[in-house]
Write a protein of this length. Structure first.
Ligand code: 5RP
Length: 238
C-alpha cells in the first residue's frame, strides 16, 4: 500500500457519499473526525458550483470550525430541529451496521444530531468494518459521563464485566474534557454479540450521559476499499 492510500480511501468514500446524498436546500448534520473533513470540502465545492444553499449543523467544536472555514452556512438545532441527514465517521461498524463512535470524544452531540435526522450516512475506510463490535476497536466503548460520578461509575463498569479507563488529555495534565464539559471513560467489554442489550443497560446508570454505541441508526455506510472503490451498505434505518 502507498503511504497516503488510507487517506485516499477516506476521501473516495466521503466524496461518493456526498455526491449521492446531498441536494439543494438540505439541512445537514456534520459529524466529527478526520474522514468528515473530506466530506465537508466536497459539500462546500458542490454548494458553490451548484448554488445548493445547504445549512450545516455541527456535532462538535471541530465540525463548527470546519463549516466556517469552508464558508458553509452554520445553523443550529434550535432553528432546524429535523435534519435531512447527518454525515459522520465511525470507529467500528458491525454486520448490522451498529457502530462504535466517540474516538474523537464527540459522541453525545453526534448521537443527538443523528437521532434527529431523516438519515444517518456513515463514511469510513475498510479498517473500520468487522463482524462484531470490539473485534477491531480495542480501546473500549467511549462513554461520556458527569465528572462527579466518575469513581462510582468506574466501579460499576467493572461489576458489569468491563475494563474502564478514564480518557486522559495529551497536551494537558488531567482528563479529556468534552465539548459539553464532561469526562469520557473508555470501557473494554470485549467482543459485543448483543450491543443493544449492553447499550440499554449502560444508559440506565445515573451519571452516564450517553454511550458511543449507535444501534440501528445507520441508513447507509460508504466504506472506502484498498483498491480505491467504495462499498455501499444499507442499514436498518433506510
Ligand atoms: C468522533 C467520532 C468519529 O466519527 C470517529 O472517531 C471516526 O473518526 P475518523 O474519521 O477520524 O476515523 O466518532 O467522536
Amino acid at each position: 500500500m502507498k503511504p497516503n492510500s488510507l487517506e485516499l480511501c477516506k476521501k473516495a468514500a466521503a466524496e461518493k457519499a456526498v455526491e449521492e446524498n446531498i441536494t439543494e436546500n438540505m439541512v445537514i448534520g456534520v459529524g466529527s473526525g478526520s474522514t468528515v473533513i473530506y466530506a465537508v470540502k466536497k459539500i462546500a465545492e458542490m454548494d458553490k458550483s451548484h448554488n445548493l444553499k445547504v445549512k450545516c449543523i455541527p456535532t462538535s467544536f471541530q465540525s463548527s470550525q470546519l463549516i466556517i472555514e469552508n464558508e458553509l452556512k452554520l445553523a443550529s438545532l434550535d432553528q432546524y430541529p429535523l435534519l435531512d441527514l447527518t454525515i459522520d465517521g465511525a470507529d467500528e461498524i458491525d454486520e448490522d451496521l451498529n457502530l462504535i463512535k466517540g474516538g474523537g470524544g464527540c459522541l453525545v452531540q453526534e448521537k443527538i444530531l443523528a437521532s434527529n435526522s431523516k438519515a444517518l450516512i456513515i463514511i469510513a475506510d475498510y479498517r473500520k468494518k468487522s463482524e462484531f463490535l470490539g473485534e477491531n476497536w480495542k480501546t473500549g466503548i467511549p462513554i461520556e459521563i458527569i465528572p462527579l460520578a466518575y469513581v462510582p461509575l468506574m466501579k460499576k463498569m467493572e461489576k458489569l464485566g468491563g475494563k474502564p479507563q478514564l480518557r486522559m488529555a495529551k497536551a494537558k495534565a488531567g482528563p479529556v474534557i468534552t465539548d459539553n464539559g464532561n469526562f469520557i471513560i473508555d470501557v473494554d467489554f470485549g467482543i459485543l454479540k448483543n450491543p443493544l442489550k449492553l447499550n440499554n443497560k449502560l444508559n440506565t446508570i445515573p451519571g452516564v450521559v450517553d454511550t458511543g454505541l449507535f444501534i440501528g441508526m445507520v441508513s447507509k455506510a460508504f466504506i472506502g476499499q484498498k483498491d480505491g472503490s467504495t462499498l455501499v451498505l444499507e442499514g436498518k434505518n433506510l
